[in-house]
Design a protein around this ligand. Structure first.
Ligand SMILES: [Zn+2]
Length: 266
């Protein structure tokens, strides 16, 4: 089962690379992929995730231009993210987990696009972000309608919990952006906060923000030490927020003994 999720992730990862590229180049998603340098169409057998990158030794077959490491990295990362989600959320004999797993696969595919896009272009693709908000609300309303009588408190409803989390994180970042006149945080990050809070839910949002800020500052300090960045240079924040929400959802499943700590903060 794990291998199916991994392979699915590799294929979707390859598609997400194309989405990132075409969102920026404003090209149709339906076109066959081509080399960004010589514009020649990529042959179908050169389009196999990971494998083609290795077999072509990272060069275009037509013009010999180097292929960016971004392609295999995103494919591999999507493969691993899908394998982890499948492993910890999916149970073949429990139909409710099918819906939940499908939702997590779609939402993390969307978040990976935002992650890579922000890293590459220092900008949040708003169209993709609102797609994530829409997908989340549809899934939450569906899931709540299935469990309505079981939910003991209104705060346990996914829709309410998600909207609260979104307002907390989105509002917090919006305030930071407005107060600092966008020098600490952009308004794009505020909208991403809204989506991240929606996915995490109100009880998880504090752990998510804590993880995002800790990893964010550790990596920024590391980058300053190896002097790739200075204190003044901007570091995109979306990758940390997205890693934060992924860890918040996965860590207590991988290490059940962590659950107490997660509850402590929530
Ligand atoms: Zn080429």
């Amino acid at each position: 089962m794990l291998i199916i999720f991994l392979l699915l992730g590799l294929i979707i990862g390859s598609f997400l690379n194309a989405v990132v590229y075409r969102l920026n180049a404003v090209e149709s998603l339906m076109e066959r992929s081509h080399c960004p340098h010589c514009k020649k169409q990529v042959r179908w057998f050169d389009n196999v995730p990971l494998l083609s990158f290795i077999l072509l030794s990272a060069k275009c077959r037509d013009c010999g231009e180097k292929i960016s490491w971004q392609y295999p990295a995103v494919e591999l990362a999507t493969g691993l993210v899908f394998a982890l989600l499948g492993n910890y959320f999916f149970k073949v004999d429990d139909l409710a987990t099918w819906m939940a797993t499908a939702y997590y696969l779609v939402i993390f595919a969307i978040l990976i696009v935002i992650f890579v896009y922000d890293l590459k272009y220092m900008e949040i693709p708003m169209l993709v972000l609102w797609l994530g908000v829409g997908v989340s609300l549809i899934y939450f309303i569906f899931a709540d309608s299935q469990n309505f009588s079981v939910a003991s408190s209104i705060l346990n409803l996914k829709t309410i919990s998600g909207i609260l989390g979104g307002l907390i994180a989105g509002g917090f970042f919006y305030a930071l952006a407005a107060y600092s006149k966008e020098s600490w945080m952009g308004y794009g990050d505020a909208y991403l906060g809204l989506l991240i809070g929606l996915v995490a839910g109100w009880s998880n949002i504090f752990v998510t923000l804590l993880l995002a800020f800790t990893t964010g500052s550790l990596i920024s300090v590391a980058l300053i030490v190896v002097s790739k960045k200075t204190l003044k240079s901007q570091v995109p924040f979306a990758p940390f927020l997205i890693s934060g929400v992924f860890l918040t959802l996965l860590l207590p499943k991988i290490f059940p003994q962590l659950q107490t700590y997660f509850l402590l903060f929530s």
